[in-house]
Design a protein around this ligand. Structure first.
Ligand code: ADP
Ligand code: MG
Length: 740
C-alpha cells in the first residue's frame, strides 16, 4: 500500500516555454532526470511546468539543462508577491504569443483561402484553371515563410538537442511538398500545373496554426482557474491601529493585528472573529453556496465574502500561509503531477516521431519500388508525416486532468493525489469513520453516573486529565465541567492512547478515562457499571469510564448527533451500487444503532486505529477497491491503507496533507461527488486517448496508401487536437449531482 504523503522537501517547480507537443515534454523530462541528484521529474504540457524532486541548490543547473535542450525555463518563486507578478507576466507573455499566432494564422488563412475556393469548385466536378503556377507560388511562399518560421525554429532547436518533435514533422512535410512543387515548376514550367502541391503545404501550415491557437486558448482557460484562486484574497486590508482604521498591504500585517472587514468586502487574511457578527459566503473555498453565520471566536478564511455585518478579525495567517494559498498550491501540485497512464503515453510520444519518420521513409521507398514515380511516392510520404503528429496524444491526459481537478476544487473537493484519482474510478466499497464524519463530531455530555455522590468531582477530575487532549470527547467533557463550575484539580502530563482514551497522574494517583478496552487493559473491574453502560449504549450514546488507582469511579455518557446529510450520503452511494460501511472506535451497540439509522451495509467496532487499517487491508485483499473516509487525524493509518483516502475537513482547519482527496466542508454527500468527478475525469482521459490514437491508427495507413492528400492530412491532424481539447474542456462544466 502506498502512503500518499510527500516525504522529501518541497519540489523545485520550473515554468517552461517553447514546448509544442508531448515529445517536447518527454524530452525535457529526460534531460532533467539525467542531472545527478534529481530523484524524479515530471513535465506537464498543459500547464507548461516541471516539478523536480531535487535539492534546491540544483535549481540553476536545472534551468541551464532545459535551456540547453532548446526550451525556456524559469524557477517559480515561492514568495506570493513575486509569484503573482510572475503569473501576471506569464499571462501577458501568453497573450502576446497568442496575438502573434493569431496574426500569423490570419495572414496564412487569407493567402490559403483562394486554394480552398478552387478545391471547393473542383469537388463539384468542374475543372477550373483558376491559378497559374506563378500565382500559386506567390500565394504559398509567404505562408511557407511566415507560418513555417516557428516550425523551422522549433524543429532546428529540437534536432540540435538531439531529439525530434512535432515541429520536425510539420517542417519536413511542408518543405517537401513546397520544395517538390517548386522543382516541378522550374523543370516543367507552365506544364507543371496539376502536379503542384503548394496548396497542400499552405493548408497544412494554416490548419496546424489553427490547432495551436485553439490549444493555447484551452491551456489559458485551464491555467486561469488557478490564477483566479490566487486572486481571491485582496492584496490590501484595513488595519485597526491606535489612530483608527488604515488601509495597508497584506504583506505588512503581523499575526495578532486586528483588521476591519466591512459589509460586502472580501476577507484578505485568515483569522478569528473578535468583534461583530456577520454571515460569510465561503463558496469559493468550501464549495458551499449558502452563507455561513459567524459569531465571535469563529474562524474566518481569506477569499470569503462578508455579508451584511462589519467584522473585526484577529490575523492568524497571511499570504502564503492562508488556507486559500495552500489550496492553490495543492491543486497546482496535483495538476502538475502525472497520472500513471500518462507515463506510458509519454514513452510512446518519445519514440513516436522517429517511428513516423521511418514509416514515411518506408512509404516513399515502397511507392518508388512499385514504380509509381517520385511524385506519388513523395506525396504519400508527406501525408504520413503530417497526419501522424502526436500532439493530440500529448494533450489527451493533461487537459482532462486539469479540467477535472479544477471542476472538483470548485465543488469543494481537493484532489491532491493523481494516483488516487486514477484508483477512485473503480471504488466499490466506502468505509466511513463515525465520529466527526457521519456524526457532527461535537458530542455533548448528557449524563454522569457514579457509585457515590461525587458526580461533579469526577467530571472535573476527568476534565483535568483531558485538558491536553484534542479528541472531540475530551472537549465535550471539558466544556461540561466548565459549565458546572469549580476549579479543576492539577493533573500531570497526560498520555493519550489513540482509539482508547487518556491517562494522567492526579495527586500521585493514576487516573484513566476511556472505553472498555482501556479499562480491561488496566485491569479495572467494570461489573458494577455494565448495565448502566449498556442502557446508554442502546440509546446510541458513547460511554467512557473513569478510573482512579485501578478502581472504577463512574461513567460519562455523551451524545453526538448524526449529521443531517449522512443518510442521504449513504443512499446516494447505494444508488451507485457501492457497499457502504462504518468503522468506529466506539461501542458495538452504538455502531449498530447508527448503522441501522443510516442504512449502512455493515458496521465494525470497537476498533483501534491499526485495526481500522487492518479492516481496510482485509477488504482490499478480498478484491475490493476501498475508499476510506475519515477526519484525517486518528484515521491516518486507515486513510493510508485505502486505495483512496478521503479526509473530511471542517473547511477552515483542514488536514489536507494526509489523504489523496480532501473534502473542504464536512458534508458526507461530497464522497459520492468526488467518486463521480474521479470517474468522469477518468472516462475523459480514456475517450481522449482513444480519440487521439484513432486519428493516427486510421490516418497513417490511409496516408501511406496514397488515399490522402497532404491538405486533407493537415486538416485531420488539426481536427484531432481540437476534438481532444474540447472534449476535455467539457469537464469544466461538471457540477456535483444533488441527490433527492
Ligand atoms: P472514532 O473511530 O469513532 O472516530 P476514536 O478512534 O477517536 O473514535 O476513539 C474510539 C473510542 O476511544 C472512543 O469512542 C472513546 O471510547 C475512546 N477514546 C478515545 N479518545 C478518548 C479520550 N480522549 N477520552 C475518552 N475516551 C476516548
Ligand atoms: Mg474519528
Amino acid at each position: 500500500m502506498t502512503v500518499a504523503m510527500k516525504t522529501s522537501a518541497e519540489p523545485i517547480v520550473l515554468d517552461l516555454t517553447g514546448m509544442t507537443c508531448a515529445a517536447c515534454a518527454a524530452r525535457i523530462e529526460k534531460v532533467l532526470k539525467r542531472v545527478p541528484g534529481v530523484e524524479s521529474a515530471t513535465v506537464n504540457l498543459a500547464l507548461e511546468s516541471a516539478e523536480v524532486a531535487a535539492p534546491g541548490a540544483l535549481s540553476d543547473r536545472l534551468v541551464a539543462v532545459v535551456e540547453g535542450a532548446g526550451y525556456g525555463a524559469r524557477l517559480r518563486s515561492r514568495d506570493p508577491k513575486a509569484r503573482r507578478r510572475e503569473v501576471e507576466a506569464r499571462e501577458a507573455e501568453r497573450r502576446h504569443d497568442l496575438m502573434q499566432a493569431l496574426a500569423v494564422f490570419l495572414i496564412s488563412a487569407v493567402l490559403t483561402a483562394p486554394f480552398f475556393v478552387v478545391m471547393g469548385v473542383m469537388v463539384t466536378g468542374r475543372h477550373v484553371h483558376a491559378f497559374t503556377p506563378v500565382v500559386q507560388l506567390m500565394l504559398a511562399t509567404p505562408v511557407q515563410i511566415i507560418a513555417g518560421w516557428r516550425f523551422y525554429v522549433g524543429a532546428f532547436k529540437s534536432l540540435l538537442g538531439g531529439s525530434a518533435n512535432m515541429d520536425v514533422l510539420v517542417a519536413l512535410g511542408t518543405s517537401a511538398a513546397y520544395g517538390f512543387s517548386l522543382y516541378q515548376m522550374i523543370v516543367l514550367g507552365e506544364a507543371a500545373d496539376g502536379h503542384l502541391y503548394f496548396e497542400g503545404a499552405a493548408t497544412i501550415l494554416t490548419l496546424v496554426m489553427l490547432g495551436k491557437l485553439l490549444e493555447a486558448r484551452a491551456r489559458r482557460s485551464a491555467a486561469a482557474a488557478i490564477t483566479k484562486l490566487m486572486d481571491l484574497a485582496p492584496p490590501v486590508a484595513t488595519r485597526i491601529g491606535p489612530a483608527g482604521p488604515v488601509e495597508v498591504v497584506v504583506e505588512d500585517l503581523r499575526l495578532g493585528d486586528r483588521v476591519l472587514v466591512r459589509p460586502g468586502e472580501r476577507v484578505a487574511v485568515d483569522g478569528v472573529l473578535r468583534q461583530g457578527a456577520s454571515e460569510l459566503d465561503e463558496s469559493l473555498v468550501t464549495g458551499e453556496s449558502r452563507p455561513v453565520a459567524k459569531a465571535i471566536g469563529d474562524a474566518v478564511v481569506a477569499g470569503t465574502i462578508n455579508g451584511s455585518g462589519a467584522m473585526e478579525i484577529e490575523v492568524r495567517a497571511v499570504g502564503e500561509d492562508t488556507t486559500l494559498a495552500r489550496i492553490g498550491r495543492l491543486v497546482e501540485q496535483a495538476q502538475i503531477a502525472k497520472a500513471p497512464v500518462q507515463r506510458l503515453v509519454d514513452r510512446i510520444a518519445g519514440v513516436f516521431v522517429p517511428v513516423v519518420l521511418a514509416i514515411a521513409a518506408l512509404t516513399f521507398a515502397g511507392w518508388m519500388l512499385m514504380g509509381a514515380g517520385l511524385e506519388a511516392a513523395l506525396i504519400a510520404a508527406v501525408s504520413v508525416t503530417v497526419i501522424a503528429c502526436p500532439c493530440a496524444l500529448g494533450l489527451a491526459t493533461p487537459t482532462a486532468l486539469v479540467a477535472g481537478t479544477g471542476a472538483a476544487a470548485r465543488a469543494g473537493i481537493l484532489i491532491r493525489d493523481i494516483d488516487a484519482l486514477e484508483r477512485a474510478h473503480g471504488v466499490d466499497t466506502v468505509v466511513f469513520d463515525k465520529t466527526g464524519t457521519l456524526t457532527e463530531g461535537h458530542p455533548i455530555v448528557t449524563d454522569v453516573f457514579t457509585v457515590g455522590p461525587g458526580a461533579r468531582d469526577m467530571l472535573r477530575l476527568a476534565a483535568a486529565v483531558q485538558a491536553t487532549s484534542e479528541h472531540p470527547l475530551a472537549r465535550a467533557i471539558i466544556a461540561a465541567a466548565k459549565l458546572d463550575g469549580g476549579p479543576f484539580p492539577a493533573a500531570g502530563m497526560a498520555r493519550a492512547i489513540p482509539g482508547r482514551g487518556v491517562e494522567a497522574t492526579v495527586d500521585g494517583r493514576a487516573v484513566a478515562i476511556g472505553n472498555e478496552a482501556l479499562m480491561q487493559d488496566l485491569g479495572v473491574d467494570l461489573t458494577f457499571f455494565t448495565a448502566e453502560a449498556d442502557r446508554r449504549g442502546a440509546e446510541g450514546k458513547t460511554v467512557v469510564f473513569v478510573s482512579k488507582s485501578g478502581e472504577a469511579l463512574g461513567l460519562i455518557a455523551l451524545a453526538d448527533p448524526v449529521r443531517p446529510e449522512a443518510a442521504e450520503a449513504v443512499a446516494i452511494l447505494h444508488r451507485r451500487r457501492i457497499d457502504v460501511r462504518m468503522a468506529t472506535g466506539d461501542r458495538a451497540d452504538v455502531a449498530g444503532m447508527i448503522g441501522r439509522a443510516l442504512g449502512l451495509d455493515r458496521v465494525a467496532g470497537p476498533l483501534r486505529p491499526e485495526e481500522k487499517a487492518g479492516l481496510i487491508r482485509s477488504l482490499s485483499a478480498d478484491g475490493r477497491t476501498v475508499a476510506m473516509v475519515g477526519d484525517g487525524v486518528n484515521d491516518a493509518p486507515a486513510l493510508a491503507a485505502a486505495a483512496v483516502g478521503i479526509a473530511m475537513g471542517s473547511g477552515t482547519d483542514v488536514a489536507m496533507e494526509t489523504a489523496g482527496i480532501t473534502l473542504m466542508r464536512p458534508d458526507p454527500r461530497l464522497v459520492a461527488a468526488s467518486l463521480d468527478i474521479a470517474r468522469a475525469t477518468w472516462a475523459k482521459i480514456r475517450q481522449n486517448l482513444v480519440l487521439a490514437f484513432i486519428y493516427n491508427v486510421v490516418g497513417i495507413p490511409l496516408a501511406a496508401a496514397g488515399l490522402m492528400t497532404p491538405a486533407l492530412a493537415g486538416a485531420a491532424m488539426a481536427l484531432s487536437s481540437v476534438s481532444v481539447v474540447s472534449n476535455a474542456l467539457a469537464l469544466t462544466r461538471w457540477r456535483p449531482r444533488r441527490g433527492t
